[in-house]
Write a protein that binds this ligand. Sequence first.
Ligand code: EPZ
Length: 418
Amino acid sequence: MSKYVISGGNKLYGSVKAQSAKNALLPLISACIMIEGEVTFTNSSMLGDVSIMLSIIKSLGGNYTYSNGNLKVDCTNLYSSEMPCDLTRKIRASVFMLGPLLARFKNVVTYLPGGCQIGSRPIDMHLDGFKALGVKEFNDGDALILKSKKLRGTKIKLKYASVGVTENLIMCAVLSEGETVLLNSAKEPEIVCLVKFLRLFGAKIKGEGTSTIVIEGVKKLKSKNITFMPISDRIEVGTYILSVLGTGGEIEVENANFLHNVALIKKIYNNACKIILTNDKIYIKCVGIGKSLSYTRTAPYPKFPTDLQTPLCAYATTLNGTSYVEESVFDNRFMQLKELERMGAKISVNGNVSKIEGVNELVGTAVTALDLRGGASLIIAGLKASGQTVIDNAQIIERGYLDIEKKLSLLGADIKKV
Ligand code: EPZ
């Protein structure tokens, strides 16, 4: 089990480049299942979750190579749609492969996905959507079998604007017969990125980025080799912004599309910081201790992202006054706040609202990362705490932040991985 050891108090200076979005790359890798040809994704990080997805692709007969940020995926010779149980259970994103596998093979054997323990995370909406498209579902022990004689387009109203369900159903509908209309679909930038990618192969999709997406099924996607750069990781960008606001200093985040971080920027703007936004960079300078945050409620894009909820709580621990953060997306995403309290934070949780009373300082101690973004909140707290913070279970953080200790060290933080 690797750990991060942080000696807090250093201010951050310099520039840091954001990676391609983990939550764009994972569905893009899934989409390759429907494509015969070699796809090259640039500026991509071999994150923990990415490498598990690629191992699943390999076990189905696909191939990939990775060097210097260029990930090549080729599913031309895919021959199986039987998901490997152990790998499937490791990550949530394995569920995003069901849509493309159904589109290509019309039947899939799979297992319930894994992922960060931030709530129950059922896949009922995924399965309901597939059934609407003509898929039958059977259980065989703990295996889940999905079969369809013919995928037929239809109108599907999502009971919640789920990111993964929207992505899965778009991919499945691309090769279904006729028109599919997704109502109450999610609007995340990662979905817009996926649609742009699918269009390169002849997919007929309209409305991405809105709550109504219309897909006109095609017989087959074009086989071609292309190079594609996924969008920047807006959650990684937000994490670096909250890091410098917590510990002080001034940094520039490159490969950052501020339009994808409007909710965060509106939250921190004019609160003891100076921000300069250009088309692919965000400059941010911390100018003192900010005042407490206005009430924050996480919700689907473009509202405040749930993935920045615990990092925002870590930032709020030493503001002047009391902040309230409501988690409306997942039913158990405050677990990490207990560890922040062990560093001296004053937090009380009532249902799905956390109350964070600003304290003068945090004190470093031994803590454990419980989920990917919770782990990032511990790093933010450790950077500003006095003394040494040792974060156990560092590998869970590496699932979404490649080389975070190297990137932060280059900015002046005293952080090592042991
Ligand atoms: C994606 O997960 C992201 N993961 C998550 O990021 C992110 O937090 C989430 O979207 C919300 O933005 C990837 O893209 C790989 P949802 P997803 O379906 O698609 C419930 C990170 O840290 N739900 O939008 O799984 C679900 O339980 C990760 O990078 C059902 O009830 O999220 C949750 O409460 C964490 N039934 C809510 O919907 C279903 O069938 C939103 O989940 C599906 C979801």
